[in-house]
Every structure is written in structure tokens, then in C-alpha cells.
Design a protein around this ligand. Structure first.
Ligand SMILES: Cc1cc2nc3c(=O)[nH]c(=O)nc-3n(C[C@H](O)[C@H](O)[C@H](O)COP(=O)(O)OP(=O)(O)OC[C@H]3O[C@@H](n4cnc5c(N)ncnc54)[C@H](O)[C@@H]3O)c2cc1C
Ligand code: FES
Length: 357
């Protein structure tokens, strides 16, 4: 994928959707999803990286090439009907596509995504299989807590989605946390090389699972493993500007064992600053919690069990005026979504999630 703006030639992409007809300039080597979003068109997507199938569209006319022929999201498209994934499709000339949903302009509520270049600036191992690193951008990015970027480097084919851990209205330093996936190409690259100083390409900010302080809601976060990234950004924003003086926050963070925990110091600090309005519980799935509170950080509660089950147990009947955030591995996210729909009975617009798979 090449993000060099100077190489983009004018190719007209026409989008037919339930909202009418729109056009945008499809970049030379930029996929149709990113080119459309960059021009301000709210095309449908979730992962932005080939796995979920949400960006499905039909090519009505013109030549479109596919970057990743084995993308798992292709399981959701009808190839014999000329359907493609917009996040894996590149225009090779003027073309017309049809999207099976409404396509409205992105509007003011979400920052408009753009291409950035960045340099890995600080790398720190948090546990045996979790690494945190900073990326210094070529210019500041504005984003909302809970958003992510699509990141790529020269050494690994394709882009990967990573959620921002830090939050600032506009910043040129982004913090990421990545859990190693067995035989995962990008995470292997992160763990096995000296990545400090490496140049990256980023596209973002992406994602609609965002914290919106103006909603003035109590929030419930359920995260598995590195799914905690976006929850850290939400906690960072919520502990500023007095938000937790009027609302409560509950964060449930699922890991296998106490040794797999990270961000405990940071969470303890957020809890202390919240004067009791923020409650953080670490759920241990593979061992019994040794006690009710974290041995080093008594501000943090410990519990045993899968994180969504712990959340259901602890939150039962306490879902008033609530927005729910879920992120992590797909089976964990599915369990948490079931709980938020069936038990918490939150309306769909107040359930926001990212599936990391
Ligand atoms: C919205 C979202 C936010 C996420 N945030 C985080 C986070 O904060 N921290 C974290 O640890 N993980 C996060 N993930 C998961 C992350 O994007 C990666 O899937 C994970 O790190 C494993 O990547 P890998 O390269 O190691 O594994 P691999 O199995 O090699 O690749 C996994 C993913 O990379 C992409 N991919 C693989 N091969 C290709 C190819 N040839 N061409 C194009 N694309 C390809 C696909 O999206 C695939 O699902 C997030 C996922 C999503 C969808
Ligand atoms: S957004 Fe394209 S497959 Fe998920």
C-alpha cells in the first residue's frame, strides 16, 4: 500500500447507496475505503483491515483490484456477484460501486481520517507477551477516546488496526499496546526486532466505538487483553474535566492470571483521582483471585472468571443511564455483547465495540 499523496492520480469513484449517489477521488494505490473516508464519505466499515466483512460493496462498472485475496472478510461477499471488500479494493480507473447501506457525509461528530507517517519512539515490554510503544507522528492527529488507526510498515504485508491508549484532543504522540498473537506476522515483527526508530504509515483516526462526554452517561467498559487499550483512553478522558463528578465508570479488565496484568498502576491512579466514581475490576480467567484487592494496588478489585461473567455478576441491576464499551478477542466480545443486550438491556446506540479479530 502506498500513501504518497503526490502519486495519486484522479480516478472518479461513484458510490450508489440508499442515501443516493456520491463521488470521490480514488487514490492510485489507496484502497477504496480509505480514499472514500479521507474525502469525507461515511462508508461502512468496522475493522478497516479485511476481517469483518462490513465494508462489502458491489462493483457495478470499472476495474478494481484486490490486495489480499485470502482476507477472512471475503467470506461475507458474493464474489460471483462482483462483490468486494472496500478496505482491500483498489480502483484501477474510473469505477462505480454499490453499497448496501446508507452512506452519509462523516459530519462534524467524528474527526475525518487522513494518512500520516510516524516513527516508533519508545518501546516497553509490559508482560511476557504485551508490548507498549509510542509513535511520533509527522503532524498532530485529532481523535476521540476509543478510536484506532490502521498501521503498516515496510516489513509486513497489509495494515493492522491498533487502538490509541492515550487521549488528547490533538497530539503528535500516540501510544499503543499490542498483545503477541502466536505466529501473528505484525506482532512477531514487533517482538522479534529492534523496532525503535522504524518508520510507519498510519491511516486514521478510525472507529465509532467512541466515548462522547456530552452524552453524560455512566460508562461500563469490558475488555479482554489488549482490548483495554481504548478503555485506557476513555479512563484518561473521563478523569479530566469533572466528568466523574456527575457520572460513574466501571471498567472490567480480563486477563488469564495476575502475572498477565498490566496498566495496574495507571488504573489505580485513575481510581484515586475519581473519588470513588470509577471502579476497576481485574477478572482472572485461569486462576482464582488470591484476594479481593490487588496485592500492590488496593484501589483495584480482583475477581475470578471470564470478564463478561464477572461484569454481569458485579453489575446486576445497576445499568441506569449507561453506555457500554467492549473490546478484545471475538469470543469475549460476543459474550459481553450478549450480556449487554440480554441482561443490561442497553439500547443498540449505547453499545459500542471493537472485535480484535
Ligand atoms: C478495531 C481494532 C482494534 C484493534 N486494536 C488492537 C490493540 O489495541 N492491540 C492489539 O494487540 N490488537 C488490536 N487489534 C488486533 C490487531 O489488529 C491484529 O489483528 C493483531 O495484533 C494480530 O496481528 P498479527 O499481524 O500479529 O497477526 P496476523 O494473523 O498475521 O494478522 C492479523 C490481521 O492482520 C491483517 N492481515 C493479515 N495478513 C494480511 C495481508 N496479507 N494483507 C492485509 N492484511 C492482513 C488482518 O486484519 C488480520 O486479521 C485490533 C483489531 C481491530 C479490528
Ligand atoms: S472493514 Fe473491510 S473487512 Fe472489516
Amino acid at each position: 500500500m502506498v500513501f504518497n499523496r503526490s502519486k495519486l492520480s484522479a480516478m472518479k469513484v461513484t458510490v450508489q447507496s440508499k442515501s443516493g449517489v456520491e463521488t470521490f477521488d480514488g487514490g492510485d494505490d489507496e484502497n477504496l475505503l480509505y480514499a472514500g473516508l479521507r474525502s469525507g464519505l461515511g462508508l461502512p466499515y468496522e475493522c478497516g483491515t479485511g476481517t469483518c466483512g462490513t465494508c462489502r460493496a458491489r462493483v457495478i462498472e470499472g476495474d478494481v483490484s484486490i490486495a489480499w485475496q485470502e482476507a477472512p472478510g471475503l467470506a461475507f461477499v458474493k464474489r460471483d456477484k462482483n462483490e468486494v471488500l472496500l478496505c482491500q479494493a483498489h480502483a484501477r480507473g474510473d469505477c462505480t460501486i454499490r453499497v448496501p447501506t446508507k452512506v452519509e457525509p462523516i459530519g462534524e461528530a467524528l474527526p475525518r481520517p487522513a494518512n500520516f507517517r510516524g516513527t516508533i519512539d519508545r518501546v516497553e515490554r509490559l508482560t511476557h507477551d504485551v508490548v507498549e510503544f509510542d509513535v511520533l507522528l509527522d503532524r498532530p492527529m485529532s481523535f476521540l477516546a476509543g478510536q484506532f488507526v490502521a498501521m503498516s510498515c515496510e516489513d509486513v504485508v497489509g495494515a493492522r488496526a491498533y487502538s490509541m491508549v492515550n487521549y488528547d484532543e490533538s497530539t503528535d504522540r500516540l501510544v499503543f499496546v499490542v498483545k503477541r498473537k502466536p505466529s501473528g506476522r505484525f506482532s512477531d515483527w514487533l517482538f522479534e526486532h529492534n523496532i525503535s526508530g522504524t518508520q510507519l504509515r498510519l491511516f486514521g483516526p478510525l472507529g465509532r466505538a467512541t466515548f462522547r462526554p456530552d452524552e453524560q452517561k455512566n460508562f461500563l467498559c469490558i475488555a479482554g487483553g489488549s482490548g483495554v487499550a481504548g478503555m485506557m483512553a476513555i479512563a484518561a478522558q473521563a478523569t479530566r474535566n469533572g466528568y466523574l463528578e456527575h457520572n460513574t465508570g466501571h471498567i472490567f479488565f480480563g486477563v488469564r492470571t495476575l502475572d498477565d496484568c498490566f496498566y495496574t498502576r495507571e488504573f489505580a491512579d485513575y481510581v484515586r483521582r475519581s473519588n470513588g466514581s470509577l471502579v476497576v475490576t481485574i477478572a482472572l480467567s485461569n486462576e482464582a483471585a488470591p484476594q479481593e484487592r490487588h496485592p500492590d494496588f488496593p484501589e483495584i478489585r480482583l475477581a475470578s472468571g471470564f470478564v463478561h461473567e464477572v461484569a454481569a455478576r458485579e453489575m446486576a441491576g445497576n445499568y441506569e443511564n449507561m453506555v457500554g464499551f467492549v473490546a478484545g478477542p471475538p469470543p469475549m466480545v460476543d459474550g459481553a455483547l450478549r450480556m449487554l443486550i440480554m441482561e443490561a438491556r442497553l439500547p443498540a446506540q449505547f453499545i459500542r465495540y471493537d472485535k480484535f479479530g
